[in-house]
Design a protein around this ligand. Structure first.
Ligand SMILES: [Zn+2]
Length: 162
């Protein structure tokens, strides 16, 4: 558990990098033999690429480090429940275990809308732990969207003044 929190904190650091550049703060790290081998954060806007989710960015790096598309002995830590694309990639990469901070009721595919991590018909299922540093991560997202709405409001005011 302590271990999980330690690595989730690292994922939160990644999420904050996303926030700094105006992206929805979602972060991810991949751990292999008790070491972080890859980090990723959401860069969808800046990369202008729907594939640039935190999880996919981290998977790409981890595969480079290990020299293998299979990430069979890795654990992924993510600040938010993965979407259908990333949950699919996690299964494809044969990642055995993910640790998720908070759920995403509107888009999550690790239990909210679907649970792609544990479809018995697929050849690989992923063990999932939920709720590690959940409050911290959901507050981070709420604060981000609050700030976004605030900024949008200020923009509107500026426009109506000029
Ligand atoms: Zn995703």
């Amino acid at each position: 558990m302590e271990q999980d929190e330690k690595y989730m904190k690292e994922a939160i650091k990644q999420a904050k990098k996303a926030w700094k550049i105006g992206e929805v703060p979602i972060g991810c790290v991949i751990v292999y033999q008790d070491k972080i081998i890859a980090r990723g954060y959401n860069r969808r806007k800046i990369d202008k690429n729907t594939l640039s989710h935190a999880e996919l960015n981290a998977i790409r790096k981890a595969s480079k480090v290990l020299g293998d598309w299979r990430l069979e002995e890795c654990t992924m830590y993510i600040t938010l429940e993965p979407c259908q694309m990333c949950a699919g990639a996690i299964v494809q990469a044969r990642i055995p275990k993910v640790v998720i901070a908070c759920m995403n009721p509107k888009a999550g595919c690790a239990g909210s809308i679907l649970n792609l991590l544990q479809v018995p018909q697929f050849n690989h299922q992923v063990e999932a732990t939920y709720g590690v540093l959940e409050e911290e991560c959901s507050k981070m997202l709420k604060d981000f969207f609050k700030e976004l709405r605030q900024k949008a409001k200020e923009e509107k005011c500026k426009h109506s003044e000029s």
